[in-house]
Design a protein around this ligand. Structure first.
Ligand code: EPU
Length: 425
């Protein structure tokens, strides 16, 4: 892998307009769900991201024919599949590969998917995915690091999830769509991306109701047809650029987005002192040149404050006026950005899953290391606000989830560029 660094010269307030891309966490399950139909489908607003490339390679290895164009459209034809395996080499680079388990099992009656294992932000087990599939009649064994699942015909079941899981809910929806009879999922994840997957499947003839609420019911159908779908905008990319404007005391407008999916995040930005205006598909934010106030929150499943915005808000708190307290309740180890922010001058104390941050107006540039996707985004934000130059290494993490990040930030007036890095991984 060629390593690259981002170099940022801080303290240039952001100003201008950009377009938000399609949501990574909706595009991934939607692409996985394309395994469920033998008719061609066309999906638009697919973001150009490393994670999308990974799932496209995974589907390609299974025999799915995929055509991509420059304008974020993908055509998928899964009529001739010849493999039901998701190998370790791909799953290890992206945990969301587990999303092929439900559709493969449903289509082939058999699936072999590498166990994802731990990752930088926590242990992240998949027990809930397996428990739900077993309830639908699958036989599952774990062997040589693989989940080996079999089911002649999946049968509808009533499933109560022990905890709210996004990809767990999505896997079970995809498995249930072609199962015999009705499936009801209680304590389902309510994230907009879960709803987007259900809307996509319904356009292909699935019968899913209640997606976006805690109880989802699915009536199994015999087959799905082809169709067209437009992926919803990325609410976390949206929140990250809003945070970039807040941290630089700037003023921006984001287009092609959906403010209704960011209510908890927009309320927190208002508490920092931002003036926010919204339309159906745009958000503008103006700091009126002021330094933000610190904010307090706990992360929790949607519609509460998203864990995927926690690191970015920590960067905001590190330059804010006052002290902010952030509690992470979704993942047990999602504070890797804290040590890096401290190297840039942030004053953060960790107590278990709580971070107490006292703002300073003296963040300074430093060489720092990206450890996961959202941690990297928080370092970019801190770099935009810091005095001097910040060099962020291992930015392949950023490319997993932010389309053209330096182009978009440059368009807003940031000084940011990419250079090759000497780091060996
Ligand atoms: N969990 C279990 N057992 C399971 C499933 C989950 O214990 O079977 C636990 C996890 O360990 C975690 C919690 O439940 O502590 C919630 O995890 P969840 O399953 O909801 O996470 P995920 O589906 O693996 C998705 C997003 C993540 C996002 C989380 C939480 C995708 C592809 N990924 O992951 O996105 O952080 O939901 O909202 O949708 C990112 O984009 O940076 C990212 C990490």
């Amino acid at each position: 892998m060629t390593m690259e660094k981002l170099i940022i010269e801080g303290r240039h307030p952001l100003n201008g307009e950009i377009k938000i891309s399609g949501a990574k966490n909706a595009a991934l399950p939607i692409l996985a769900a394309s395994l469920l139909t033998t008719s061609p489908i066309q999906i638009s607003n697919i973001p150009h991201l490393q994670d999308v490339t990974t799932i496209v390679s995974l589907l390609g290895q299974m025999g799915v024919k995929i055509t991509l164009d420059e304008r974020s459209n993908i055509e998928v034809d899964a009529s001739s599949l010849d493999s039901f395996q998701a190998p370790y080499e791909l799953v290890r680079t992206m945990r969301a590969s587990i999303l092929v388990l439900g559709p493969l099992l449903s289509r082939f009656g058999e699936a072999e998917v590498s166990l994802p294992g731990g990752c930088a932000i926590g242990t992240r087990p998949v027990d809930q995915h397996l428990k739900g599939l077993k309830a639908m009649g699958a036989e599952i064994i774990l062997q040589n690091g693989y989940i080996k699942a079999k089911a002649k015909k999946l049968k509808g079941a009533t499933i109560v999830m022990d905890m709210v899981t996004v990809t767990g809910t999505e896997n079970l929806i995809m498995a249930a769509v072609l199962a015999e009879g009705q499936t009801i999922i209680h304590n389902a994840a309510r994230e907009p991306e879960v709803e987007d997957l259900a809307n996509f499947l319904n356009t292909l003839g699935a019968e899913i109701s209640g997606a976006g609420s805690q109880t989802i019911s699915i009536n199994g159908v015999k087959a799905l047809r082809g169709g067209k779908y437009h992926v919803l905008p990325d609410r976390i990319e949206t929140g990250t650029y809003l945070a970039a404007a807040v941290i630089t005391s700037g003023k921006i407008k984001l287009k092609n987005t959906r403010p209704d999916f960011l209510k908890s995040v927009l309320l927190k930005f208002e508490e920092t002192g931002a003036i926010i205006d919204t339309g159906e598909d745009w958000i503008s934010l103006d700091m009126k040149g002021n330094r933000p106030h610190a904010i307090n929150f706990s992360t929790a499943p949607y519609p509460a404050f998203p864990t995927d915005m926690q690191a970015q808000m920590m960067a905001v708190n590190s330059i804010a006026q006052g002290t902010g307290v952030i509690t992470e309740t979704v993942f047990e180890n999602r504070f890797m950005h804290v040590q890096e922010l401290i190297r840039m001058g942030a004053r953060i104390e960790l107590k278990g899953n709580t971070a107490i941050c006292t703002g300073t107006d003296k963040l300074h540039g430093a060489p720092v290391m990206a450890t996961d996707l959202r941690a990297s985004a928080s370092l970019v934000l801190a770099g935009l606000a810091a005095k001097g130059e910040t060099a962020i290494d291992r930015i392949y993490h950023i490319d997993r989830g932010y389309e053209c990040i330096e182009e978009k930030l440059t368009q807003l007036g940031a000084r940011i560029h990419r250079i090759p890095s000497e780091t060996k991984d």
